[in-house]
Design a protein around this ligand. Sequence first.
Ligand SMILES: Cc1cc2nc3c(=O)[nH]c(=O)nc-3n(C[C@H](O)[C@H](O)[C@H](O)COP(=O)(O)OP(=O)(O)OC[C@H]3O[C@@H](n4cnc5c(N)ncnc54)[C@H](O)[C@@H]3O)c2cc1C
Length: 565
Amino acid sequence: MVGGVAGGASCAARLRRLDEAAEIVIFDRGPYVAFANCGLPYYVGDIIADEQALLIASPALFRDRFNIMVYTSTEVTAIDRPGHTITVRDLETGQSRVERYDALVLSPGAAPIQPDVPGVDLPGVFAVRSIPDSRRIREWITGHHATRALVVGGGFIGLEMVENLRHRGLAVTVLEKLSQVMPPLDPEMAVPVAQHLSEQGVQLHLGDGLARIDEAPQGGLRVVAESGTPFLADLVILAMGVRPETGLAAAAGLRLGARGGIEVDAQMRTSDPRIWAVGDAVEVTDVVIGQETILPLAGPANRQGRIAAESIAGRATQFRGVQGTAVVGVLGLTVASTGASEKGLRRAGVTNFETAYLHPGHHAGYYPGARPIHLKLLFSVPEGRILGAQAVGAEGVDKRIDVIATALQFGGTVHDLAEAELCYAPQFGAAKDPVNVVGMLAANVLAGDTALADWRSLASTDALLLDVREPGEFVSGHIPGAVNIPLPQLRRRYAELPQEREIWIYCGVGQRAYFATRFMAMHGYRTRNLSGGYETYKSFAALCGRGGPIDPMPLARTGGQVEPH
Ligand SMILES: Cc1cc2nc3c(=O)[nH]c(=O)nc-3n(C[C@H](O)[C@H](O)[C@H](O)COP(=O)(O)OP(=O)(O)OC[C@H]3O[C@@H](n4cnc5c(N)ncnc54)[C@H](O)[C@@H]3O)c2cc1C
């Protein structure tokens, strides 16, 4: 195994369980194997105070429990494919030697992207990949009495670092090139995340890249954005994404894919039948979109390691591909997603899908403490197949996304979500769980019971906007041009509305508008429910205000097709 962390360590341990006779050897150029990369930000934040807690298995454990030899601080520098050997260099002695293999597994991971701008190698500028990286950040914070940090990149690792630096009491600024945080989310779903970060005192500087880092004359670092905006910081964290480590594979002539990762088949075998590759370094199939992708996450790396071991042991187990299920905690907020995003679908040319927004409480409203979940579901039309979901909220987010992820994995439809039998007691959920309700909403759309309108289409519609919330809600904020007839008055007043014009109805989160659209439809009106209600509108409005990437064109409903699983 080249690399002994997520993919390599799982592969080695699984292989031992399948083959007692094999001689299994792990090489890792770092000082540790099987450590918890995912715990590193929390070690920086002192939530994990003991570094030893990050060490899941030691070389001694591998040797004693599994009869697996581990060589740390040992880099594999070359592969001789015809000779079935590798060259390894002991990084402590500088000595190189050659080792023979029957099967070779590459799990070298991915390296943090280092931007090509001046100053990224200055003291006080860090990336977070290893235990020594995190240790250096901790020591820097303490040793330099750091009070200000700048994090470049607002993705998973960037935001985890933000949370932990805030936990250490530092003032944190995020510099993000995109106009949203959390790039895997659709922009409107990232709005509540950005708002929460701001409320927690994090300075967000979105839509601007890193231009340079200098030593500040008064001490510390001076970071300059592409716009010229300067920031002073005591330390800078580079969290701009990762790049697959393919140098060794490429030098050995193994085929790389179009996305730059090592090409593998469903058994994780590379273009050389004696070499397997797993984890962050490989390209895998996105099962929703049907295209190759790179997904640097620990779950897939572990499962791929196991599959490579099974393949080496002669079993025909296949990796099913990925759907990108992920979660991150951000200062008390949970952000999770699975499957395709709307922007991902559009990028892939898929247009036969529909979007449903919902803002339910995480448990029954009558039980104290219900917190809202902002939920977005993408499903194919007309089949209703689940394509993806995103959720943001303080509680209950991971559970909903995990349920939808499982349904997606089994090729489920929105009807399956509507019918899902989930656990319920007041403090945990609702008799109609948010997963059920979003499924029912989508099923209503497919059945033609309700038509949805998308907020992006507001700019280009001549439909009448009807707000069915109570007058107090209307006064405290409404869409310009909307007419207010509260739902309880609609039966008596609907004739005031023009029958020849389409009417787009909204309320707070979509439920009252749904009742209204059904009522109006049964009186011969053409109606649509503005998806997600005023709550979703506020996110879109915030994006427009920020000059965000709002597509003013109505969504096309025909065109490219999503392939079935
Ligand atoms: C800070 C941080 C937080 C994360 N949080 C999460 C999370 O919450 N959830 C999640 O799903 N994922 C998370 N990840 C991602 C997850 O850790 C990776 O997807 C996973 O570890 C990839 O496994 P891997 O085996 O491909 O590579 P790694 O686990 O990175 O292991 C690769 C190893 O190979 C070694 N190596 C590379 N080249 C050579 C060579 N030539 N010779 C010898 N050794 C070599 C490296 O030193 C490294 O130790 C996080 C990653 C980081 C950095």
